[in-house]
Design a protein around this ligand. Structure first.
Ligand code: NAD
Length: 250
């Protein structure tokens, strides 16, 4: 199948769906300048993934915070949504998709205007004190002060996203599973499918009869297991083609 044939098939599926959802991974934010974790230019080729291991964070908070600040606050902080994030917000506004389930913690779907966003792995905009549970807006905390401490109990603050070894936030998990069970179409954008349990979301939808569109420059674990229409290419390019075919203006 050529890419343009596939875009036609994808548009057909979108127009005929009653409850479409998007499921996004790090790939949708690559063209906003945020690298994924895995792969040749991924963050783990430069940094040690252990900085996001919960036990390691508590054992070595200074070392962990230095890297966390550099990746998730100095770097992510200046990123802007790209045309793929904006296209998903427009599809929701037009009631063509019902929700975005994202593995990303960069807040770009919300900044782009998506309203129903289920952040499977939490979000970097808030910090939490694991000791007393107090929450802080990261932008209001002086992160040059390493390590940032809780004003109430002086515990070490942690970004409020899921570290390796930590369980998934119940509400985001519940809402994502509910949406996957109801969905008759899932648009997967930029995910390897290697991170569980998030990768179960398209599978749950598929088992309930949903069709699956996948957008990725590379094949993923989803491509041969659940994908019906594989659109090989960058998120912005393919989403712009879909928006054009749907004759929407963004
Ligand atoms: P991943 O890092 O495992 O894989 C990224 C995927 O994106 C790959 O399949 C790659 O081929 C694809 N990709 C690369 N460029 C693309 C483009 N321009 N358009 C579309 N797709 C593109 O990502 P993952 O499967 O989402 O899992 C990694 C975990 O890392 C996630 O749980 C996520 O929380 C976290 N993460 C988040 C961010 C972020 O918030 N932006 C960044 C890095 C990692």
């Amino acid at each position: 199948m050529t890419t343009s044939d596939s875009v036609d098939s994808a548009v057909e599926l979108i127009l005929n769906s009653n409850f479409a959802i998007a499921f996004t991974g790090a790939g949708i934010s690559v063209e906003s300048g945020i690298p994924p974790f895995r792969g040749k230019d991924g963050l783990w080729s430069k940094y040690d993934p252990n900085v996001l291991d919960l036990n390691n964070f508590f054992l070595f908070p200074v070392e962990s915070w230095k890297v966390i600040k550099e990746i998730f606050y100095d770097f992510f902080g200046s990123a802007k949504p790209n045309s793929a994030h904006i296209a998903l917000a427009e599809l929701e506004h037009r009631k063509m998709i019902k929700a975005v389930i994202t593995q990303n913690i960069d807040n770009l779907h919300t900044i782009a205007g998506s309203k129903e966003v289920y952040e499977f792995h939490g979000n970097s905009r808030m910090l939490v004190c694991p000791n007393c549970g107090e929450n802080y807006v990261a932008a209001e905390v002086d992160l040059n002060e390493i390590v940032p401490l809780c004003n109430k109990c002086h515990g070490v603050l942690k970004p409020d996203f899921i570290f390796f070894g930590e369980s998934i936030t119940t509400l985001a998990y519940q809402k994502s599973v509910e949406a996957a069970e109801k969905a008759d179409l899932v648009i997967i954008i930029g995910s390897t499918g290697e991170v569980t349990p998030a990768s179960m979301i398209p599978t749950i939808a598929k088992q309930n009869g949903a069709k699956i569109i996948e957008i990725n420059p590379e094949r993923s674990l989803f491509t041969d297991s659940v994908t019906d229409v594989f659109l090989q290419g960058k998120a912005t390019v393919i989403m712009e083609q879909i928006i054009n075919e749907l004759k929407l203006k963004v």
